[in-house]
Design a protein around this ligand. Structure first.
Ligand code: PEP
Ligand code: MN
Length: 638
């Protein structure tokens, strides 16, 4: 049952309530939510819930109707986010786990780790104890395999996952791996589930070959009931009558499980299909359906793999899949998880010495990040997404300039600012401000899909609406939808601000257009989501810092700005240098120079090959043909 505690409950009443429940044979777990604190009480004992309801400090008692209790959304409304080392599974970042089916040799696992890490995977997989259908097939290297997997993980800075098949191996696994995997064949090996649960380690519970969703959640319940709080579910295909694929991926299980449970669910497209060429499309379908990540088999030389070669991706296939997942992520409101690049990237310790480190365990407290707008603004949504892996404090600023100032003065460590919208074009003010703040550098970028919602006070229906407030750009972007209604359109300075405004006014007939997150911030409700005319609407945000050391060493983009001498072919010579260096131009934009009528600065985004390629040389050559050249930042473009 779920016991909702009163906000004002006294500590001693809480202790007495816990003791009372435990004496009756319940296992009690306290869950502190944003709005309320609850006790989840689970056990095989029957109790008259009125006995609990009457105790001091108890607000109400809700029985959990499902057979799975700790895994149920009835117990915990918020998504569970499982931390595996620095990687979080179940939040706004898509986690890619990859590696070979089995660890075969040191060279093979090292090479696999290098390949998947370079393409962007964040956790390394590799089986050492293989539950094979045939006793004559390769059974895995055992403990030696785990040792090699750990070595490869350490070498490439990745947490590792491997399948455990025996209760006796739990403590040995704890020495080598960060994440334990319960394989499909062991999903109902209850002794194993109990032992793994008791280890307290994060666990992936794969769905059994012929398990119903309920049986699968009950398996997770075993792990949770025995002590682990960190369970990840994995849909890996089930047995059906179909023979063209190894299994049938139950894609609908993903939304079903997400509704029933707070646990993150990932997809294994490799065992689901059994055939290499079917892995990428099915993988993307998993992400589109709401999976928190993927676990994919990749081998440096699949034709020579000792197990599951036919379903293992070639390195270049995996690289392509990673790019496709990265492109798909903003469509489903997520971003790809990345390992902070050692010592230099956002989220890792800075190399600046005197500067505080930025990782979550830093003693200096949450990192202040400035954004422009009211709470709930699109910028804050981007901030939330980008800084998810870090302990941060969002600092709302009135204007873009205030956000720049906050970083310059040191009041904020970073600022996150919109630079371009895919429909409306550049945010010129921010381009101009970049010039006025030469001490600030672009250290990162994120793309956010802009999904506008019509928002009003709870209970309002569409026919009640008379007036719609929003930023003129948002109103324009919802033109098609608004045209079909006879509403008064009221331009407002800010989208989130317009929601704050109608929340304050509490006037019947008022509505606002903003992102759905803003409705939550101000206790309003979404009446209709996705009202933008063009659903392909994205905004790029840049992350600014005062410290170049915050740049990501995985950079793939450079932002430059320069002016050119006033003579024929001046811009052409600059472009020629980039062309000769085979550097791909992603954007070129001119802006007037303040105080110099009819003279212009050119803003250029250049794609960087891995390692930077000929960029440093090209930059040197550029200095000779252009004026006032400045590197705005070398960063990882999303
Ligand atoms: C594996 O991940 O290598 C594996 C054996 O998977 P499953 O248990 O899903 O068959
Ligand atoms: Mn396999």
């Amino acid at each position: 049952m779920v016991i909702v505690l009163e906000r004002t409950i006294r500590e001693d009443d809480k202790t007495r309530l816990r003791t009372f429940l435990e004496e009756r044979g319940f296992r009690v777990r306290e869950i502190v939510g944003e709005n309320e604190t609850i006790f989840g009480a689970v056990g095989s004992v029957a109790i008259d819930i009125r006995e609990v309801e009457v105790r001091p400090g108890v607000e109400r008692v809700i029985p959990i109707t499902k057979p799975f209790k700790l895994a149920s959304r009835e117990l915990q409304k918020a998504d569970t986010v499982v931390a595996v080392g620095p990687i979080k599974i179940g939040g706004p970042r898509i986690v890619m786990i990859a590696g070979p089916c089995s660890v075969e040799t040191e060279a093979q696992i090292m090479e696999s780790a290098r390949i998947v890490r370079e393409s962007g995977a964040v956790i390394l997989r590799g089986g050492a104890f293989k539950p094979r259908s045939s006793p004559y097939a390769f059974q895995g290297l055992g403990e030696e395999g785990l040792r090699l997997l750990r070595k490869a993980g350490d070498e490439f800075g990745m947490p590792v996952v491997s399948e455990i098949v025996s209760t006796q191996d739990v403590s040995m696994f704890s020495d080598y791996v960060d994440l334990l995997q319960i394989g499909a064949r062991n999903m109902q090996n209850f002794e194993l589930l109990k032992a793994v649960g008791a280890s307290g380690r994060p666990v992936i519970v794969k769905r059994g070959l012929a398990a119903t969703i309920e049986e699968w959640l009950m398996a997770a319940e075993y792990v949770l009931a025995h002590g682990s709080e960190n369970v990840i579910l994995c849909e890996r295909g089930i047995r059906t009558f179909e023979t063209y694929t190894r299994n049938t991926l139950d894609i609908s299980a993903i939304p079903v499980v997400r509704k029933l449970s707070h646990l993150p669910v990932i997809v294994d497209p490799s065992h689901a299909t059994g055939i290499r060429d079917q892995v990428p499309p099915v993988a993307l379908a998993g992400i589109a359906a709401g999976a928190a990540g993927l676990i994919v088999e990749v081998h440096p030389d699949p034709d020579r793999a000792m197990s599951d070669g036919p379903q293992s991706l070639f390195p270049d296939q995996f690289e392509k899949l990673m790019r496709d997942v990265e492109a798909l992520a903003p469509v489903v409101g997520k971003e790809l998880s990345r390992i902070p690049t050692r010592g230099r990237s956002i989220g890792a310790a800075g190399t600046g010495g005197a500067r505080p480190a930025l990782s979550a365990d830093v003693t200096a407290g949450p990192v202040p990040v400035a954004f422009q707008g009211e709470r709930g603004a699109y910028s804050e949504m981007a901030l939330l997404r980008f800084f998810h892996d870090m302990e941060y404090r969002a600092m709302p600023c009135r204007s873009f300039r205030d956000a720049f100032d906050a970083v310059l003065s040191g009041a904020a460590r970073y600022a996150i600012l919109p630079i371009e919208n895919s429909l409306a074009g550049s945010v010129h003010e921010n381009y101009d401000l970049l010039l006025q703040y030469p001490d600030l550098t672009i250290v990162g970028e994120i793309k956010l899909r802009v999904e506008h919602s019509l928002i009003a006070a709870p209970g309002t229906t569409i026919s009640d609406v008379r007036r719609v407030y929003s930023h003129p750009q948002a109103l324009a972007q919802c033109h098609e939808f608004l045209r079909s209604h006879e509403w008064e359109l009221v331009p407002f300075y800010d989208t989130a601000g317009s929601v704050a405004h109608i929340a304050e006014q509490r006037e019947n007939g008022n509505a606002a257009i903003a992102n759905a997150g803003a409705a939550e911030v101000y206790g309003m409700e979404v009446i209709k989501a996705g009202i933008e005319t063009n659903p392909s609407n994205y905004t790029r945000f840049m992350i600014l810092s005062r410290d170049e050391d915050d740049s990501d060493t995985g950079a793939n983009m450079a932002g430059l700005v320069f002016s050119t001498p006033d003579r024929p072919g001046a811009l052409f010579s600059a472009m020629q240098i980039l062309a000769d260096a085979e550097l791909n131009l992603k954007k070129l934009e001119s802006r007037p120079i303040a105080g110099k009528p009819w003279q212009y600065m050119f803003y250029v985004d250049v794609e960087l090959p891995a390692g930077g390629g000929a960029f440093p040389d090209a930059l040197e050559r550029l200095r000779h043909v252009v004026e006032d050249l400045r590197v705005l930042g070398i960063f990882r473009a999303a």
